[in-house]
Design a protein around this ligand. Structure first.
Ligand code: PSU
Ligand code: MN
Length: 300
């Protein structure tokens, strides 16, 4: 059974806004202690917008929707092992009573099962560069579950044109949030234009309401660019990404380990700047997700 924290359950029962948060970004996407700081700050940001946060992870086989402080602390602790679980892995880690951080794909399935519609993260997975067969399960999950993921677009390390094509094939709606160009996590620009744009939480909520209540369709990527003050120039980020891929190749890293490896490499080579940007954009996504959740609640 999914364990929904009392506060989250109460909010859902009252029709109050709830925002889901993933745990892989904390366990595998950021170094300690920045990861713990971010985990707490994301929850605080959602609360300050009047919504209830629900960080999702598997703890000793319990599928938790809403973690307490101790849960967040163990997730962020580098000495406690949390596996990285995508949607396909969740049943195994739950049945084996293991601990796992959930990726966007696993988190969105659990959020949907709990009745949560809005979900915030940093950047989503997609099609990897150099290996178009390495496609994140994030994309298929988004196509299936009626959840809106507010992110700063796909991660910059990915093959962005192929990622956008895949999203289109899977009928995932990509909504630019105040932008006409696909943002790519650290960077506000990608050179890829978007067809659909909204300019407020209210407009976004109206699209979501139509998509789910009228059309019974699947997930949405709300692409919210990193704030200007923290966004990084594309040329600089591209240099890091090239180095990161070369390092991954010579170390023989692929598949599931690839994304964490690339992110860790970039965190180091940027002298911590990429970590600061990733945290700031994730916080901005949490804020927008909470605002959209509030507007959505008023429509249903
Ligand atoms: N965004 C980040 N850091 C992360 C992730 C996203 O800034 O660690 C995680 C998310 O959980 C996402 C996952 O679902 O990376 C994608 O991994 P993969 O490419 O292996 O599917
Ligand atoms: Mn992969």
């Amino acid at each position: 059974m999914i364990e929904i924290a009392e506060e989250v359950r109460d909010a859902l029962a009252e029709g109050a806004p709830v925002v889901a948060l993933e745990s892989t970004i904390i366990a595998h996407g950021l170094p300690y202690p920045e990861n713990l700081k971010l985990g707490k700050a994301l929850e605080a940001e959602i609360r300050s917008q009047g919504a209830v946060p629900a960080t999702i992870a598997v703890v000793d086989g319990r599928a938790c929707v809403g973690l307490d402080t101790a849960g967040l602390e163990s997730l962020a602790n580098p000495e406690i092992h949390f596996a990285k679980a995508g949607a396909a892995d969740s049943s195994v880690v739950i049945a084996k009573k293991a601990c796992a951080a959930t990726t966007v794909s696993a988190t969105s399935s659990l959020a949907a099962a709990a009745g949560i519609r809005l979900f915030a993260t940093g950047g989503i997975g997609g099609v990897h560069r150099g290996d178009p067969s390495d496609v994140s399960a994030d994309l298929l999950s988004l196509s299936r579950v009626p959840v809106a993921v507010v992110s700063a677009g796909p991660k910059a390390i990915l093959d962005l044109p192929r990622t956008v094509e895949a999203l289109e094939s899977l009928a995932v709606l990509v909504l630019g949030y105040g932008c006409d160009e696909l943002p790519a996590s650290y960077c506000r620009d990608s050179g890829i234009s978007l067809e659909h744009r909204v300019d407020s939480a209210q407009q976004a909520a109206e699209v979501l309401h139509t998509r789910w209540q009228l059309l019974d369709q699947g997930g949405v990527l709300v692409a919210n660019p990193a704030p200007e003050e923290v966004a990084m120039p594309r040329e600089l980020v591209e240099q890091w990404i090239e180095k990161a891929h070369a390092a991954a190749e010579s170390a023989g890293i692929s598949r599931k380990a690839l994304t964490p490896f690339l992110l860790q490499f970039i965190a180091k080579v940027s002298g911590g700047d990429a970590v600061a940007t990733n945290c700031a954009l994730a916080l901005n996504n949490a804020k927008v997700a909470a605002q959209i959740a509030a507007a959505y609640c008023n429509l249903v």
